[in-house]
Design a protein around this ligand. Structure first.
Ligand code: 5GP
Length: 186
């Protein structure tokens, strides 16, 4: 706790999810994912949605006790704190996923638009199955009826930064998830 206070960024108003809680939850999720995928008979492909999911991916895969492969894709849905509606594929996978079991790794499920689009894309590419693991879930903001298969933490309707999540590309490197001080948006 002392360590966390010491490392608290001056622009952070409050910590919503601590570094310790994230590590504990990654271990729990990794164990559950290992059990669920163990008997598939085929190596799952872990697809990380850039850039926000990278810290979560790095921590989560340490606890997946299976042979896995991973790949990356990038989509855009937000500018600043506002949704810009359409989800655009900025960077696509550069491998075939035909017949593969896909585990999508997301930073946060907010409106659900991104998840809906990337899930559709995975099936269009011939994926056998698609599951989603998201570090955070903000169900109060949902406009699309979609849920992640594995969720780290359900959070209230607040714009959060840290552990991969940015505000205008900053704060992604914070080891916790927090809320910015109001003056940061002015
Ligand atoms: P959705 O398509 O579900 O509305 O949004 C998903 C994407 O929006 C996330 O991958 C993330 O990049 C961004 N996003 C949604 N809520 C937040 C938030 O509270 N903070 C940050 N930094 N990004 C968010």
């Amino acid at each position: 706790m002392q360590e966390e206070i010491k490392r608290m960024h001056p622009n952070i108003k409050k910590v919503l999810v601590s570094e310790e809680a994230i590590q504990t939850r990654c271990a729990e999720l990794g164990k559950q994912i290992t059990e669920d995928y163990r008997n598939l008979g085929k190596v799952p492909v872990v697809v990380s949605v850039l850039k926000g999911s990278v810290p979560f991916l790095v921590n989560l895969i340490k606890y997946i006790d299976l042979d896995i492969e991973f790949d990356f894709m990038a989509v855009s849905s937000y500018e600043g704190t506002e949704s810009i509606g359409d989800v655009k594929i900025i960077m696509d996978l550069n491998r075939s996923i035909k017949g593969d079991h896909i585990l999508m790794v997301e930073d946060i499920v907010d409106t659900g638009r991104t998840l809906k689009e990337v899930t559709k894309l995975m099936f269009n590419k011939g994926a056998e199955s698609v599951k989603i693991v998201s570090l955070l879930d903000k169900p109060s903001r949902r406009v699309i009826d979609i849920t992640a298969d594995y969720v780290g933490f359900t959070i209230p309707n607040e714009f959060v930064v840290g552990f991969g999540l940015d505000f205008d590309e900053k704060y992604r490197n914070l080891p916790y998830v927090g809320v910015l001080k109001d003056e940061c948006y002015q």
